[in-house]
Design a protein around this ligand. Sequence first.
Ligand code: SF4
Length: 470
Amino acid sequence: MSGLFGVITNKPCATDLFYGTDYHSHLGTRRAGLSTIDNGRMHLNIHNIENTQFKTKFTYDINEMLGDRGIGVISDTDAQPIVCNSHLGRFAVCSVSKINNIAELEKLCLEKNQQFTELSMGSTNPTELIALLITQGNSFADGIQNVYKHVRGSVSFLIVCNEGIIAARDLYGRTPLVVGRRGENDYAVASETSSYVNLGFETEYFVKAGEAVLITKENGIQQIVKPNDKMQICSFLWIYYGYPCVEYEDINAEEVRYRLGEAMGRNDDVQADYVCGIPDSGVGMALGYAAGSGIPYKRGILKYTPTWARSFMPVNQEARNLVAKMKLIPSRKVLEGKDMVFCDDSIVRGTQLRDQVKMLYAKGVKHIHVRISCPPLVHGCQYLNFSASKTDKELITRRVIEELEGGQIRNLEAYQDETTKEYANMVEKIRQAVGVDTLKFNSLGTLCDAIGLPKCDVCTHCFDGSSYGE
Ligand code: SF4
């Protein structure tokens, strides 16, 4: 995924920039960077955060980050921000993006005699590509529209420049950007509202899909690119990505998770001693499920946080599964001999859940009932660098459908519809694969109701294959 933070203040911005960026650490695991402008002079620091937390790497850097304005990024992909000196002046840009036609756009830039100087894992750095597309415009507004016109996938970005901070949200708003204000004329802009609460900012404006705003101390928030009339914000932000206290489109993530659990608990007839959330994103759902079902909530699995940095995420899947396992500790006395409902956000490959289930039976749980807050994931994400699943074939649903359809992937519509026998067969096969007593998913209708936005405003592509844009 990745997370962005920008700030423009009446005093040196380094401390706000440091904490505001750090509060996005749950959104990325690879690189982090900060850039400020001080009277036209650019400052830049980028570090690898794969094995160390953001704070450790940047604590001493902030002394050099001079100026009243800056941007920061926690990146799941490329090293950024990218600093440019162009006919638009000096600026730095950082992005949350997934550019599906990157090779085509690279060619376009090279044909215009532009050059790339950065790399990202041996390939073109997407944020540098965005910077080059911006500089093809006659103004920042023109350059931003050029980005929207060319990129297939999604891209939201922040620019720090002499004029102020510019926030440009993806054409279909799949990733969010929100502006906060502190006092008369200090502004922050962020992916997550929770990043600026402790810095004293209050939410002022949710940037709209396809909109770009220039933020200055003198004139506040000025629109420089008009919004798109269509939005497709990622529904997975509320299910999994977002920090529980965050608000997207003014809708709180924890409350959505609670509503998802409550709806499922209200309609469930399972008998159990306790309900427990798989930390972290299953906890809000489990609290809601307990309220809806009347089954008491207990913390049967605890996350060990003191020495595990969120950012420690090995590249190979086997090692990632091991880390996921080692972070969660079962509480034997709570679990032994009990019938338990476990709530979780989603099932991607099914391997982590299968391992957790084995461990829970080994700790003496009598019966395990798993409840999932969203519908089954049937399509890979084309719009975000969704770390859990990059392609369709990694999904457990696809493996099961292939098996049920005699070695082919077909009839997907029937498998996406919770009223069909195909859907029931698919869920049963997944249940067997992860080895639990019962398994249920929420429906797409329940998900949209819990978020509270019309379905057409929310991206549900990974559940039903529908979406605007490419
Ligand atoms: S496909 Fe899924 S993860 Fe990707 S943007 Fe849409 S809802 Fe979010």
